[in-house]
Design a protein around this ligand. Structure first.
Ligand code: 7PJ
Length: 286
């Protein structure tokens, strides 16, 4: 089996991202209330750039190729952030990671101004759980010239897990992603700069998440690299009944299964362990 990615080299600003083998994206949340690593970089009540830098450096040493910086928690029930709060949290972090570590930084945002400002500070990838549907986001993303990750979500973060429903989850997700690809292309974003993500846990019951994982190759068939994020999510809890700090084995199993089914970018909290798993997989697949 080959990893079925059509575009194996993604130009992310100054970085060239090789996707001929699955790579790890390390999660760095600058929110005080994210469900897993939230608040870890706060001293008293303010975000410590020093702690953020140390964590990012560690993830890079462990083999992460991308650091995904987020300033808005999309966890169900999370406090909403203002545009200014998001800018204040994200932009200094993007700048520090670029200048001090030379990292390939992805910004997890739906906000036009955060997209624009992050790109100015050297971010290499736009990762939007709302697939550039917020006002101004698509135009802003197109203007950066950077690759974009378009994710599927049903509903809105505060209510999406209440009663997710699909007639056919694979068809619904692919139809949505295809529509967003068209919108991007119409705005001048070339297909070489598009990444797709089924959005595990975003308006999906366990059965939906499992179906999407099982049938991930069909989404790969759309012709774009796939990014997946299942790390420590509630699907692991539902399968294993574990609290958030005991979901490593489950997350690793899901990472392996996704990579084996063609995922190109695996978004995780536990970088070192996931990199090991992917090395083993690559050796077997060769
Ligand atoms: C995802 C994300 C994901 C992409 C989050 C969490 C929630 N971006 N941002 N895909 N999840 N592309 O990490 O649990 O699944 S935030």
């Amino acid at each position: 089996m080959q990893f079925p990615v059509k575009h194996t080299q993604l130009i992310c600003g100054k970085h060239l991202l090789d996707l001929s083998r699955p790579v790890v994206m390390g999660i760095l949340n600058t929110t005080p209330d994210s469900f897993s690593d939230g608040g870890s970089y706060y001293e008293e009540d303010s975000l410590s750039l020093d702690l953020v830098l140390r964590r990012a450096e560690q993830m890079l040493e462990e083999g992460a190729k991308i650091i995904d910086v987020g300033g808005e928690s999309t966890r169900p029930g999370a406090a909403s952030v203002s545009e200014q709060q998001e800018l204040d949290r994200v932009i200094p972090v993007v700048e520090a990671l670029v200048v001090k570590l030379g990292a390939l930084v992805s910004v997890d945002t739906s906000t036009a101004s955060v997209i624009t400002e992050s790109a100015k500070r050297g971010a290499g990838l736009i990762n939007d759980v709302r697939a550039l549907q917020r006002e101004g986001a698509l135009v802003a993303a197109a203007a950066t010239g950077l690759p974009v990750c378009l994710m599927h979500m049903q509903g809105q973060p505060d209510s999406m897990q209440k009663n997710p429903h699909y007639s056919d989850v694979i068809a619904d997700v692919s139809d949505f992603l295809r529509e967003r690809v068209s919108a991007c292309r119409a705005q001048g974003i070339p297909s070489e700069r598009i990444i797709l993500d089924p959005g595990f846990g975003f308006g999906k019951a366990l059965a939906h998440n499992l179906a999407l994982l099982r049938r991930l190759p069909e989404l790969g068939g759309l012709g774009y690299p796939l990014l997946v994020g299942m790390s420590r999510k509630s699907m692991v809890a539902q399968l294993l009944n574990r609290p958030v700090d005991e979901r490593l084995s489950g997350s690793l199993a899901l990472a392996m299964l996704a990579a084996e089914r063609g995922a190109a970018i695996i978004r995780v909290h536990d970088v070192a362990a996931t990199v090991d798993v992917l090395k083993v997989l690559a050796a077997v697949i060769e």
